[in-house]
Structures are given as C-alpha cells and as structure tokens.
Design a protein around this ligand. Structure first.
Ligand SMILES: NC(=O)c1ccc[n+]([C@@H]2O[C@H](COP(=O)([O-])OP(=O)(O)OC[C@H]3O[C@@H](n4cnc5c(N)ncnc54)[C@H](O)[C@@H]3O)[C@@H](O)[C@H]2O)c1
Ligand SMILES: [Zn+2]
Length: 385
C-alpha cells in the first residue's frame, strides 16, 4: 500500500522578473492596515522603497516595524511581538532574510496575548494563525518563506531552537531577483550554502519522501549550477532568480522532510559563538557529508545524475558520489567561506560544550541516515577546530 506523504505550502507564490509588483494586489485584497517588517540592513540597502511604493499605490495604511535583531533571541522576538500587538494590524509584509521573516512569522501566530514566544519553546503547536502574511526574501537563503519554522536563540541554553508550527507557513511569497541583487558577496555566499545544505540534507534525510525529493533535488540542481554566478557576476540576473527559487524549493523540502546532522551540529555554533547561520552550516557541511557518504552513496549518485545535465552515465556509484562531495567542497572554497572555527575564537576547551549541546538537537539528529554518537560528534567538531 502506498504510504502517505504531506505537502504543505504557501497559498500563492509569485516569482521572476517584476514579481514584486504583486505587492499591490495582494495587499489591496487582504489588508486594512499592514505591519511591514524589515531590519536596518534592509532599509540601508534601499530595499524597502519599492514594496512601500506598491503598498501606497494599493492605498492601504501601514506601520513600519524595523527595530529587529539579526538571528534574534526568544526575548528579542517577544519585544517585537509586543510592538506588533500594539499596532492593531491585520496583515504582515516581511522584507528581509530569515531573521526578519522568522520574527514576522512568530507575530502572525501571536497577535493576541494568549501565548508568548517562550510558551512555544516547549509546546510550539499552542498558537494558531491570527494574521496572514506576505514574505519577500532578500537572501537566497533560508527558505523561511516556505517553512513552518521560526528559529530563535535561547541565551540560557546557549543554543538556537526551532519552533515548528504549521500555522506559521506564510500565505503569500514573492521571489524577485532584484531583492538580492545588491546582497554583499559574503552574505550571498553563506546564505546560498545554507540553501544547498537544506537541499542535500533533506534529500538524504530519514524523513525523505517523494514530495521532499522532488523539491530537494530540483533545489540542489539549481544551486549547484547557479550559486557561483549569482555571487560573482552582477549581470547574472537569471542565476539570482534561480537561487531564490532554489532556496524556496529547499524550504518546501524542509517542510516535507527535515534537515539532518549538519544543521543539528551547527546549532550550538550559532547559539553560543554567534556564528551566522549560513556560515556555521557551511563549516559543518563537508565533515558531516564525508561522514555520511558511505551510507548515502546511492543518494549522492542520484544527485549527480540530476545536476549533471550532460553527465557521464558510465561512472560508478562511488565515482558519482565522490564527484558530488568534491563539487560541494569546491563551491565552499570558491566562495571563500570559512572552513574552520578558529577565526571565531572557538578552541578545544569548548569541545565538551559543543558535543553536549549538539547531541541535544535530537529533533534533527534522528533524521541523519548514519547514526551520530557523542564520539562521532566529538570527532566531527575536532575536524573543524
Ligand atoms: N525559518 C526557517 O525555516 C529557517 C531556516 C534556516 C535559517 N533560519 C534562520 O534565519 C536566520 C538567518 O537568516 P539569513 O541567513 O537570511 O540572514 P539574516 O536575515 O540574519 O541577514 C543577515 C544580514 O544580511 C542583511 N541583508 C539581508 N538581505 C540583504 C540584502 N538583500 N542586501 C543587503 N543586506 C542584506 C541583513 O540586514 C542582516 O544584517 C537565522 O536566525 C537562522 O537560524 C530560519
Ligand atoms: Zn539552514
């Protein structure tokens, strides 16, 4: 008998050249008063101007919520929720990376004062959607515009925690390459590797299924073939649109499947040492994928067939798998992303903490096809120290 799989996605997604113009109709049809979320980086880059002009054209009132922290703690997110509650808005437009979108997503289910962010750490399913949302990602990216997740740091645990609640899946998404055109190369690179990690982790996850495979493989194909041009070539508009679509697909794959040991073991790196999410995943990616390779070899070979449109069909499974590993490592090297924790001041004295905190992320470790023991985690962290 066919097993059951579920695919949960936003209600409508608009992508490609000029897609941003849809802000006008979406807001005109859904909103009386909009809360527009952005952080100072987005405002500084001039990325808010165009969406605000469309909202003005739609004739809808709006309030700006822009005092947002990067990779917020649960208490910083709560401060924004409190501000949002006071504004009396009935629709959310979030313009930004994962930090802005996650904060806005929490607001979408916490508009009444019944529950607080901290209530959701232990019981994430408590809250229901109160306010619909439109997400406009400016990194490519977390895929937060597709997922039911909001990630917050919990200072007393020195860990990042994923709050997962289907009610947070955004309602509308706009993927417009113009929004990532001026993304600094360093951020484009690390956030692009985050999307690559989402794709390959979901494809090699114990939770992988036909739905997640469809999105994960297409995302992986698009990323392997576009990430370098998107980061290096200011004229590569198609590559940037492809990266936005890929990051979204990888987010859909997360919703249908789940990430694995790369994300699990990188959580303490963000939580305690404040290494940006994309960078910490880029650092963990190669060691974990090499560790997994013997168990996921067939999957890597399938990924080879998918991304090499004129690939060599005569290669063995081992050769195809090795190619995929090498290609991921060479992309990380080409994009000049750190591959060690040394420059972040992490030392061998931190190993015990890293192992304990990393092993605590069982929510994702159980998805890893090769079982990760505490000894394995120690060896993996040692490789990057
Ligand atoms: N919800 C999910 O499913 C999910 C998945 C992965 C990661 N995350 C979370 O998302 C957060 C990271 O998000 P991120 O990697 O997108 O980075 P980010 O949102 O933290 O942004 C990083 C920096 O880049 C700036 N920036 C963003 N877009 C820009 C642009 N187009 N031009 C110039 N500057 C720009 C921002 O102002 C910020 O200073 C982390 O908290 C992570 O845990 C969430
Ligand atoms: Zn991620």
């Amino acid at each position: 008998m066919l097993e059951q799989y579920t695919l949960k996605m936003p209600h409508a997604v608009y992508a490609g050249k000029g897609a941003l113009a849809n802000v006008k109709d979406i807001t005109a049809q859904n909103a009386k008063k909009i809360a527009v979320f952005a952080d100072q980086g987005i405002i500084g880059a001039g990325l808010l101007e165009a969406p605000l002009n469309y909202i003005k054209e739609a004739g809808v009132a709006y309030e700006l919520i822009s005092d947002l922290a990067a990779e917020p703690t649960c208490d910083q997110a709560q401060d924004v929720v409190d501000e949002f509650r006071n504004k009396g808005c009935d629709f959310i437009v979030a313009v930004g990376g994962g930090s802005v979108m996650d904060t806005a997503k929490l607001c979408s289910i916490l508009a009444t004062d019944e529950y607080q962010v901290r209530d959701l750490l232990d019981n994430p399913k408590l809250a229901k959607k109160c306010v619909k949302s439109l997400m406009i990602p400016t990194t490519a990216g977390t895929g937060a515009e597709a997922t039911p997740n909001a990630i917050v740091a919990v200072p007393e645990k020195e860990l990042k925690v994923g709050i997962v609640n289907d009610e947070m899946i955004p309602d509308y998404v706009i993927l417009d390459g113009e929004m990532i055109k001026k993304l600094p190369r360093k951020i484009a690179a690390s956030t692009g590797i985050d999307a690559m990690a989402h794709a390959i982790e979901c494809f090699t996850s114990n939770k992988a299924n036909p739905f997640s495979d469809t999105f994960a493989l297409k995302a992986f194909d698009l990323i392997i073939n576009n990430i370098e041009a998107a980061c290096d070539d200011k004229t590569a508009d198609d590559a940037r649109n492809n990266m936005l679509i890929a990051a979204f697909y990888a987010g859909v794959a997360i919703t249908a499947s789940g990430t694995t040991a790369v994300h699990a073991l990188s959580y303490p790196l963000g939580g305690k040492y404040h290494i940006p999410h994309g960078v910490s995943n880029a650092i963990m990616l190669a060691p974990v994928m090499k560790f997994n390779e013997p168990v996921v070899r067939e999957k890597f070979a399938a990924a080879y067939d998918r991304v090499n449109h004129n690939g060599d069909a005569s290669l063995s499974v081992e050769e195809k798998s090795a190619w995929v590993l090498d290609r991921m490592c060479s992309i990380i090297k080409h994009l000049d992303i750190p591959t060690s924790l040394k420059e972040y001041g992490v030392s061998k004295d931190d190993l015990d903490f890293l192992v304990t905190a990393g092993m605590d992320v069982q929510r994702l470790l159980v998805n890893n096809m090769r079982k990760v023991t505490a000894e394995d985690a120690r060896a993996l962290y040692l490789e990057i120290l």
